[in-house]
Ligand binder design. Structure first.
Ligand code: ADP
Ligand code: ZN
Length: 218
């Protein structure tokens, strides 16, 4: 089973992805996480991507193409995948269709999370992440028990460089300009399920799980 999860920044793709990969047999593929790992390693891809990411702009399609081709070529992908934050442009979506065709795979479901922009601003500017295990917190909505320390593993929490109001405005513009057309592309293929993500995490997951069950095949 191959899934995509879409939605503007702050809709909760990362949170949902963490739960989905625990409950269903799919491997989480996040281009954002892969790019941040490249930056942390100081690799050439990271150096190129860094400025785009900090300002909230999309990283060029050619870079994304290369990292996706490499990732999809790895053996663990055969179990099924959950793509998070990719594809983000129509170009990337068409590219993915070609790549999947070549290896005889297809997308079974596109989960689209939607939330009002005002709520997104709140969520993004309060977001804190664990350096080590990636657990996600919010200063008001889901604070860590001890400020600045991860409940799960005890490591330090940090704020993503692009989680500023300024960068978020750019990210939302990129989303509405470039990523909305991707959603329409998948709607034409009848692959999209729309989920209201302005609800408690458990309620959102309940709807997501129902949609996944309906396309599941073993
Ligand atoms: P969010 O969805 O919350 O904005 P991500 O971690 O998915 O967070 O992405 C962070 C940044 O990484 C984006 O703003 C963009 O610069 C870059 N990025 C991630 N995935 C892609 C992609 N598929 N195409 C272009 N840029 C990407
Ligand atoms: Zn942690």
């Amino acid at each position: 089973m191959n899934l995509l999860i879409m939605g503007a920044p702050g809709t909760g793709k990362g949170t949902m992805s963490n739960i989905i990969t625990k409950e269903f047999e799919v491997v989480h593929v996040s281009t954002g996480d892969m790019l941040r790992a490249s930056i942390a390693n100081g690799s050439p891809v990271g150096l190129e991507a860094q400025n785009y990411m900090t300002s909230g702009k999309l990283v060029p399609d050619s870079i994304i193409h290369d990292i996706i081709v490499e990732r999809l070529g790895q053996k663990d992908m055969d179990a099924g995948f959950l793509m998070d934050g990719y594809p983000r442009t129509l170009e990337q979506a068409k590219d993915l269709s070609l790549i999947l065709d070549e290896v005889g795979k297809k997308i079974d479901l596109v989960i689209n999370l939607y939330v009002d922009d005002e709520v997104l601003k709140e969520r993004i500017t309060g977001r804190r992440l664990c350096k080590k295990c990636g657990a996600i917190y919010h200063t008001k909505n889901s604070p860590a028990k001890v400020e600045g320390i991860c409940d799960v593993c005890g490591s330090e929490l940090y704020t993503r460089k692009d989680d500023t109001l300024e960068s978020l405005v750019t990210r939302l513009n990129e989303y509405y300009g470039n990523t909305k057309p991707v959603l329409d592309y998948y709607k034409e293929q009848n692959l999209v399920v729309e989920i209201n993500a302005d609800q408690a995490v458990e309620a959102v997951f309940a709807e997501v799980a129902k949609a996944i069950e309906s396309v599941k095949h073993d």
